[in-house]
Design a protein around this ligand. Sequence first.
Ligand SMILES: [Zn+2]
Ligand SMILES: [Zn+2]
Length: 582
Amino acid sequence: MEQENEKLYRMRHSLAHLLGGAVKEIWPDAIIATGPAIENGFYYDFDFSTPVTDKDLGKIEQKMRELVKKVKSFNKAEISQKDAEKLFAGNPYKLELIKEYAAEGKVLTTYTSGDFTDLCAGPHIESMDEIKNGAFKLERVAGAYWKGDENNKMLTRIYGLAFSTKEELEAYVKKMEEARARDHKKLGKELGLFVFSELVGPGLPLYTFKGAIVRKEIINYSSELQRGIGYQEVHTPNMNKAELFKVSGHYEKYKESMFKVMSNYSKEEYFLKPMNCPQHTQIYASEGRSYRDLPVRIADSANLYRDEKTGELNGLTRLKCFCQDDGHAFCREDQIKEEFENILGIIKKSLETYKMNYTIRLSLWDPEKPEKYLGGAEVWNKAQKILEDILIDNKIDYIRAVGEAAIYGPKMDIVTKDSIGREWQISTIQLDLIMPERFGLTYTDKDGKVKTPMMVHRAIIGSPERFMGILIEHYAGAFPLWLAPVQVKIIPIRENHNEHGEKIAKELKALGFRIDCDTKDGNMGGKVRDAKNNKIPYTIIIGDKDIEANKISVESRDNGQLGQMDLKDFIEKIKTEKEGRK
Ligand SMILES: [Zn+2]
Ligand SMILES: [Zn+2]
């Protein structure tokens, strides 16, 4: 794999040279800056005297293909600073680099491919045969400041894509097109699910009534699943005194990511909470506990706040305010196995419902660097063995990630794959060997001794808001019935059908379905189109024939025309679909 990556890197980098050569053949006065390999391809920055745009990509690419055939290989030569300055006279970018490299004591080298010579340290491909036909293409033109500094001149950057084979390139392009079409920021707006406001602030979405329904359904499902394995919900404040985070260790390690809250009446330091765990220890600590009371399982969907950098925010997938389907179990050591198995069970069930595959990454400590972790080898080895045995016993696929554990314990990270094959880490189950001790939590064991419980942190799908963003892309906005903000749209053909349509709407609403009966003026074609654009699972058309036959005509978003049917049968159908979260 390493070798493959290295090979691909050299190929991408070599293509950047060919891009430079092609551009110089077409625009001899273009000044070349730099052209590295990047993830999925390469780019080259140019200083053009006339604007070059996406329209020019075709002819540049054509020229590159000619060069792949014509140029045999790259010829390397060492060059003195003086000669290099002579070679690149009139090119301020290369002259700046030559000076820098020389000052660093680097040996300067050039690589020549055909008529094109570039200042470069290599390495490149041995022969142009390594570039497979159709395995690269130019992607787009963008502006880029020299050295990324906005005080410098804006150059023209030409991006290219390159893979080992034509098939890989095509698969990547297809995946990107698919991802763009599914972008949750775009679809979220089209479907009217959430909005951002300059006045409210970045990373703080406002969910419309439609988006709030989807969010709530996700939360309700997680609540139902966790209730099934003994979790009870609590309600907790969004902020607390700094002292709590001093005891938990977050104040020391996490302060930069927390919002500080100031009181008008005291100098006491408060923070908005970035996680629920420290507060939950105080619910545990509020009563004396015996071994018989354990596990104590607490679930919480309070809002959490993280002071993310604005540039790192992204739609719903990176936010400043969100919640989690979060929970903590305080248990005895002999209960860890069952706790983890129960949680893995509901995660499995949940992701099956959402039709997502997943893998588990078992994050372990690095035994070579025990100083990075809290607690000693004995307790770590024991805890890690328990977790790994659970995965083996339950035949769950997992990969081991040595050195990826949290400082306070090993964890299982749940990584899902969406419908177009992208991976998302959604949640973790963590064993915490430390926090209960920090907070002095205890229980009285069978033998009368006072002991420290263990703590399991867990989520099912993680943050419902972030997961909603992932789901919009996963379903391309076409939510299954149970999640859909509007489940059935009723369209009376003419005004005299409105009354009948409204009667059906009333009956369906009374059964708890989310119905939109469109009796507004306007033609039927427009109303049907609106139902399609909003990706509503079912549309009922009401006309004379339906009223006469006392039936409804149903169209399914996913299965097309279902024809006339009794309302009773339709109700039975959507009831089954909703209750089974199909
Ligand atoms: Zn090079
Ligand atoms: Zn936690």
